[in-house]
Design a protein around this ligand. Structure first.
Ligand code: ATP
Length: 389
């Protein structure tokens, strides 16, 4: 069966219109019916409404501008077989150009894929995808949008006093297509126009500020470790009866050691509070809920990865517990190991309102009021919080 324009029209319309069932049954008869459509196409069992629809379809069959295409009359197999002999017979895309492009891709060592965002009709996509598949490439296409051209026609069928109203639809597809040498995932966020991935650009001034703060932090750490080493060396020196370091500032050392003692005491208190909450009935209930979240299954792996690496990137589905659970895992493990008050976890949120909701949720899950160990940044809490949102 080849492209009879009338058949092409009827089948394309039939797919989306009311007379689909009728056309399925009688499509070949209609195709051959040519000028004698009514008598050839209408089975005796069909209602008069069907007759009207066919008449309407017949009367509009010359309007190729809104028609679909005859592709519906071929099975995929037919299409595959005939493709080489009927190159782009009614397609708008240049298939030879695509053959050339795909061959280049196959030969290229550097390129993995070709991405095309041109507008084409559906048959073009089918041709190109078939070609890509035959060349051993993987194929991915996303339907971006379709433009529907609707034409409402009212036909007065004078003898029977009623009108037929139907619409003819034709679709111009906007698709993004990818032909690739490697298997492609089901979803490509980089090609999704509806969810464009925002590129985050950190201003230079902010970068410098962060670098400065990090440097300051590192300097302080180095200083405190030197003080600790200095203390032990002082003791040794004293034991040996040698001179004590004269450049040591006794006040700052005193401050540091007092601070350390305060933090140690606080860490101990945090551990006791955490344990008693986890053992309480409410705590157990919440823990049970937290255990059901997908993030909980990854707890140990996550803590291990954080301990081993300076930067860890974690991705997970919505609601799996990235925001509420991951910072808690770190906090809980630090508290359990007696370093709760020494750690500082900052969790960024894009909106203040979500930061408020999350900080409140985490406090509730920890059985504490907001401001105890979890805070909303900037915190008004008198004691420094270790987890800030
Ligand atoms: N305020 C809340 N009240 C009740 N349950 C909550 C609340 N916030 C989070 N949850 C529960 O905790 C689960 C984990 O939420 P969380 O915000 O950590 O997920 P997420 O992985 O960060 O999600 P997203 O990617 O959308 O940010 C949610 O599935 C939800 O059931």
């Amino acid at each position: 069966m080849r492209s009879n324009p009338r058949l092409g029209f009827l089948l394309a319309c039939g797919k989306k219109s009311l007379f689909h069932a009728l056309l399925l049954n009688k499509k070949y008869a209609i195709a051959r019916g040519n000028g004698d459509l009514l008598s050839t196409a209408i089975p005796s069992s069909n209602s008069f409404a069907s007759l009207c629809r066919i008449f309407a379809a017949y009367s509009f069959s010359g309007r190729r501008a809104f028609c679909g295409y005859a592709v519906e009359q071929f099975s995929d197999d037919e299409y595959e077989c005939d493709y080489d002999n009927h190159k782009a017979s009614s397609s708008v895309c240049n298939i030879d150009e695509w053959k050339w492009k795909l061959s280049l891709l196959l030969r290229s060592e550097k390129d993995q894929e070709i991405v095309s965002r041109d507008k084409r009709d559906r048959r073009d996509y089918e041709q190109i995808s078939n070609l890509a598949k035959r060349m051993g490439l993987y194929w991915w296409a996303k339907h971006l949008h379709s433009i529907r051209l609707l034409v409402y026609n009212v036909l007065a069928f004078t003898a029977f006093f009623f009108a037929l109203k139907f619409c003819m639809c034709s679709e111009i597809y906007g698709k993004v297509m990818v032909a690739s040498k490697v298997p492609l995932p089901n979803y490509r966020p980089d090609l999704d126009d509806k969810r464009p991935q925002r590129e985050v650009v950190i201003p230079l001034s902010l970068q410098r500020r962060v670098e400065g703060l990090l440097q300051e932090h590192l300097d302080r750490m180095q200083l405190s470790s030197e003080k600790v080493r200095g203390t032990s060396s002082d003791i040794k020196v004293t034991d040996r009866g040698e001179a004590v370091h004269s450049n040591e500032d006794p006040d700052s050392f005193l401050d540091g050691s007092v601070m350390e003692k305060i933090l140690q005491r606080r860490s101990l208190r945090m551990r006791n509070m955490q344990r008693s909450w986890q053992e309480s009935p409410e705590g157990r209930k919440i823990l049970e809920f937290r255990r059901s979240l997908p993030a909980f299954k990854e707890k140990e792996r996550l803590l291990e990865a954080i301990a081993r690496n300076q930067v860890v990137v974690i991705s997970g589905e919505t609601g799996c517990g990235k925001t509420t659970q991951l910072p808690q895992f770190i906090l809980e493990s630090e508290i359990e190991s007696g370093r709760g008050a020494f750690c500082s976890i900052i969790c960024t949120q894009p909106r203040r309102i979500s930061a408020m909701a999350v900080s409140e949720r985490v406090s509730t899950e920890r059985g504490e009021p907001l401001g105890e160990s979890v805070s909303l940044f900037p915190s008004l809490s008198p004691t420094p919080c270790v987890l800030s949102f």
